[in-house]
Ligand binder design. Structure first.
Ligand SMILES: [Ca+2]
Length: 466
């Protein structure tokens, strides 16, 4: 799955955490082919209408093994939401952000009028990406992007970025010596990829150049434009801290499960201060970044803009929470005791889940979407509250759970074929236990009067063969 972030500095600074199994894929470059590749790229740029003057920026550019190494580095990140947000939502960032909101109040008001994006949201990205311009990166953008566009891993993603970086030179927004930023090609105080720069950049101060390194008005207006481009809905909330007053159907608490706000109110969810939520149809999901005993939020449609920015829930929740602070929300309440797992414990849990037949992707210590789904199913099977958050209680219960007699990959593939022949959707016949195969097994078990646990066994295979 392609990484979806549109402002990447924070994630990249901490090492591509939570990016998932795509990073584990490897491929081989032959750096000796780089000069010929660069010649072909020059021709492509010229054919795309880019001037020879801008194309000359490629002269002397060499293959950068250090950039490829950074792109391959698999950062591991196991901080909880409170650990991470305590670190990222620093007093310095809060003070500076409020000062910027005050200093540029009329500009923020006009940007919100034009784009619908509140200043609080823009300032949160500005803070997290570069500390308000203090850390914009000093990597040569052309050299970094040329290497990544040549590299075998994601050339289709970086070739257009390299073309657009040349177009930024052509348009005169930045000079070649100014064109520096993050190692993956993001530029400026809110770390725009070149394509975003060209499409969403605005010359708001009217000096004739979109300068996202130096022109504060350009930076604020362009960030509003980019966030609006990603689907921001004017006048709508994004994240709201709430209080849970009773146990609720925990399996409903999933960031992608949008329900009418009245449903959450009916399940005893109230505002953080204890007052009632509006009992209306506004879609919202219940986001429990540390499970049912930790902080609780309602996440609205606009929260998905933060998920676009970084698909890691801990990152995106922290960014959205910081924006609520700039909009006046108090410090998040600490919740009760949550026995979170260490990195090694998450890996152990992932191995145990695989032993139970779940597909959790890589055993990487990262709680991604697949691990969360497996955790929730396992919690249900063990009779634990199914909030999808792995704790030491779950790990302890799983250590004592017998591993079902497993099937080999070829046996699972045979099972998939038999299920498909009966009309079930199992996805590809690949011998891998994915969500569709599990659902099909559960359904056929029900049909056959077997315990519907979704686990593939010899017995089930024999029944289907017969
Ligand atoms: Ca300008």
């Amino acid at each position: 799955m392609p990484r979806k972030h549109f402002m990447a500095g924070l994630a990249l600074a901490v090492g591509l955490a939570g990016a998932g199994p795509a990073l584990a894929q490897s491929c081989q470059n032959n750096p000796g082919q780089f000069p010929a590749w660069l010649d072909a790229f020059r021709a492509e740029a010229a054919a795309a209408g880019i001037s020879q003057n801008a194309i000359a920026a490629l002269n002397g550019v060499g293959y950068r093994q250090d950039i490829v190494n950074r792109d391959r580095a698999q950062g591991v990140f196991s901080q909880t939401f409170l650990e991470f947000s305590d670190r990222m939502v620093s007093q310095y960032r809060l003070d500076t952000g409020f000062a910027r909101l005050n200093q540029y109040a009329s500009l923020f008001a006009s940007v919100e009028q034009q784009t619908g994006v509140p200043g609080a949201v823009i300032v949160a990205f500005w803070a997290l990406e570069t500390d308000f311009g203090a850390n914009t990166g000093d990597e040569n953008t052309i050299s970094a992007l040329a290497t990544l566009a040549f590299d075998c891993r994601r050339p289709e993603q970086f070739r257009p970025q390299l073309l657009d970086a040349l177009r930024i030179l052509d348009r005169g927004d930045l000079t070649l010596s100014q064109l520096r930023g993050a190692w993956a090609g993001e530029i400026g105080q809110v770390q725009f990829q070149p394509t975003d720069y060209l499409r969403s950049g605005v010359d708001a101060d009217g000096n004739g150049r979109v300068d996202l390194l130096n022109d504060t008005a350009d930076i604020i207006a362009s960030a509003g434009n980019l966030i609006a481009y990603h689907g921001w809905q004017r006048g709508q909330p994004w994240l709201e801290e709430v209080t849970l007053t009773q146990a609720l159907p925990w399996e409903q608490a999933d960031v992608y499960n949008m329900l009418p706000r009245s449903q959450w109110a009916g399940w005893g969810v109230v505002r953080r201060d204890g007052s009632a939520l509006p009992s209306d149809r506004t879609p919202a999901s219940l986001l429990l970044p540390m499970g049912r005993n930790g902080p609780a939020f309602l996440a609205y449609d606009n929260f998905h803009v933060f998920l676009d920015w970084n698909e890691s829930l801990v990152y995106s929740t922290t960014a959205a929470y910081l924006a609520t602070r700039f909009a006046g929300a108090p410090r998040v309440s600490r919740g009760g005791t949550v026995n979170s797992l260490s990195l090694d414990q998450i890996r152990e849990l992932q191995r145990l889940l695989v032993g139970q037949g779940f597909n959790v992707g890589a055993i990487d210590g990262i709680i991604g979407a697949q691990t969360r789904i497996a955790v929730r199913t396992m919690q249900q099977r063990l009779g634990l509250p199914a909030d999808g958050y792995p704790t030491t209680e779950l790990l302890g219960a799983m250590r004592g759970t017998p591993v079902p007699a497993g099937l080999s990959q070829s046996q699972i593939a045979e099972l998939q074929s038999l299920l498909a022949a009966r009309g079930y959707d199992v996805g590809p016949i690949d011998g891998i236990m994915g969500a569709r195969t599990r659902a099909a097994i559960t359904a056929v078990q029900q049909q056959l009067g077997l315990p519907a646990d979704g686990i593939p066994t010899e017995e089930l295979l024999a029944r289907l063969r017969g």
